[in-house]
Ligand binder design. Sequence first.
Ligand code: TYD
Ligand code: MG
Length: 455
Amino acid sequence: MAKKSTMQYVCQNCGATYPKWQGKCDSCGEWNTIEEEKVEASGFSVINNKKKGGIIDFVPLSGSAQTFQRIKTNIREIDRVTGGGLVPGSAILVGGDPGIGKSTLLLQVCASVANASAENECFYISGEEAIDQVRIRAERLGLAQSPVKLASTTEVKDIIATLEKAKPAVVIIDSIQTMYLEDVESTPGSVAQVRATAYELIKLAKRKGFVLFLVGHVTKQGAIAGPRVLEHMVDTVLYFEGERGHHFRILRAVKNRYGATDEIGVFEMQDKGLVEVENPSALFLAERQGNVSGSCVFAGIEGSRPVLMEIQALVSSSGYSGAKRAVVGWDSNRLSMILAVLEARCGMNLSAQDVYLNIAGGLKITEPAADLAVAMAVISSLTNKPLPSDMVVFGEIGLSGEVRAVTQPGLRLKEAQKLGFTNAIVPPTFGKEKKAGALSTYEIGNVHRLVNWFN
Ligand code: TYD
Ligand code: MG
């Protein structure tokens, strides 16, 4: 069949296609993301009518399932996030801002698996950096002697031909946006190239049964650059996040076909690479100053693990300009809501006050369970009265000021107790778990009762 190629216009952010160019993508709402790409009609779903399809064998739901032996990376935080180790034949997409440490992390994973057993052939293929650059990094990480096979190329055809002849256990492609297939007539990093190269590599990984890591760049908005389809094609999507100026890094699973999502791994970026953090709570609270107003310890849950973190608020009068609100690490809409509740239900006057909120250590909290801790930090700063330094807080706040129950209160309190906290402010309906060892819990049903704490 003759190859028929047509032009189409593809949004580089979400992958939506249009027959004509337009300034704004109707699908994701982004501006200036639509670019012209050539599509080979025969390469996509054009069914050849002359050849009949085969008959599918249907099977019952019960039956023996293929059991897979996970490959342990021996980096505990990675094994935790992936659900107990890497699954052979699976594809893992690792996204994150430039410079956050993706290449460092994956080189460490690659070397750790290669070091574990001579049978594990591990390949690190960099399309971004030259061999020397990767070698310098390996030297710095103390991994130069690991039996990792290193190459610097962007040609997917060469990669496939080479891996076809080898018996890889782990293959790292850094990054998928640099990979190139000559059969696809668009530049590397375009939706068409990313989709086609990822498809070929994933197909090979499934067939040969190796673990494929794809590094993906992240756009300004925080999505993995290129099409969203990349997220659908792989088995696991991990995001590597953290604030550039801080040394904590969080690896977060947002999709995992072989394990739980929302699981996190915590690392610290040191001069010799990423080091696992065994006790994140202790580290996040390490720099806490006692007896300062506006600081409150929140007992949170990240995945299956309780993590204590410090919430800091600063309330200062706005002077003549309009009141400012600035948030780092939390949702600014949620802060506005809590300030509104404090005004309406507790009679506090915050409209002429600037409010700054910060999650210490560069963490990001998404849990509404932090509401009560945020409210406490704000009131503490407003009244300039420090909270007891041995107290943790958790609870969600509703619009009528009621404090709502949150998930896994027992686990949060256990962690607090482990770290030497003795008091906890918790939502009501706490029931049987009231006495958590040496920890005294105080149930608060409505935020207006919070104010009593400061009198
Ligand atoms: P890198 O892994 O190159 O980031 P990415 O691949 O996500 O773009 O990490 C780069 C940053 O990490 C760089 O700013 C330096 C820092 N770094 C360390 O602090 N310690 C180390 O041992 C290494 C290798 C890098
Ligand atoms: Mg890199």
